[in-house]
Design a protein around this ligand. Structure first.
Ligand SMILES: C[S@@+](CC[C@H](N)C(=O)[O-])C[C@H]1O[C@@H](n2cnc3c(N)ncnc32)[C@H](O)[C@@H]1O
Length: 207
């Protein structure tokens, strides 16, 4: 009976827990994009550990990536790092920040990165005076609306005045209501692309 309870507890662990408690099972996934391909280390209890999440891939294939090399870019909720890995490949002289609360994800993302300029850390380790030219995120919608709004407010407020954020959110997981809420919070939003239930929202300061 006790064993059954343990198994249930393990299967209920959330990818956004700080210290997922189940035994570690190692894995790897292939990130294949037209201009970049890499193998990334993963493990159980991190988000989408058996394949690159389709929403993440949709974001990487469709979000605009400028030719310039901005100073700071954020991957909000980096997981094992598929978005950060692509960003550090595209922005070789930019400081790319990947942040997450899941210690296992942070550990994996650190081993998956190649560039010295990339920083993988906990959210509270980002110095207060760092602001971002660009934010890319497949945000943790499963933390609940209240927590998600708090999280987005915190990091969108650190966008530089001319900066932009690109968020991929599943329509069935509240993309449209989040867009509406962002508008009421005085952000300018634009639905850049919508396919198979995924939306990419561009978010900017209102001018
Ligand atoms: C939908 S997953 C995306 C992970 C990764 N970017 C990917 O595309 O595979 C969202 C991530 O946000 C992280 N997360 C949850 N709460 C967070 C918070 N308060 N601050 C930063 N990251 C958080 C989760 O641990 C999870 O790794």
């Amino acid at each position: 009976m006790q064993r059954l309870y343990c198994l249930i507890m393990v299967s209920n662990a959330h990818y956004f827990e700080q210290d997922p408690s189940s035994d570690q099972v190692e894995g790897s996934v292939q990130l294949s994009l037209p201009d970049f391909s890499t193998t990334l280390r993963t493990s159980n209890n991190v988000f989408s550990w058996k394949r690159v999440d389709p929403g993440t891939k949709f974001l990487l294939l469709n979000a605009p990536i400028p030719d310039s090399q901005p100073k700071n870019i954020l991957d909000l909720g980096c997981g094992y790092g598929p978005i950060t890995a692509y960003l550090e490949h595209r922005f070789s002289t930019t400081k790319v920040w990947g942040i997450d609360v899941n210690n296992r994800a942070i550990e994996l993302a650190k081993t998956n990165m190649q560039q010295e300029n990339t920083v993988i850390c906990k959210p509270d380790e980002v110095p207060d005076d760092v602001n971002f030219d660009l934010i890319y995120s497949n945000p943790p919608v499963r933390i609940g609306k209240h927590n998600l709004k708090k999280l987005l407010t915190t990091w969108l407020n650190r966008l530089n005045p001319l900066g932009s954020a690109h968020l991929v959110i599943n329509k069935n997981l509240g993309a449209d209501s989040i867009q509406k809420w962002l508008e009421t919070e005085a952000w300018m939003t634009h639905r850049l692309k919508s396919v198979s239930g995924y939306r990419i929202l561009e978010v900017k300061h209102r001018v």
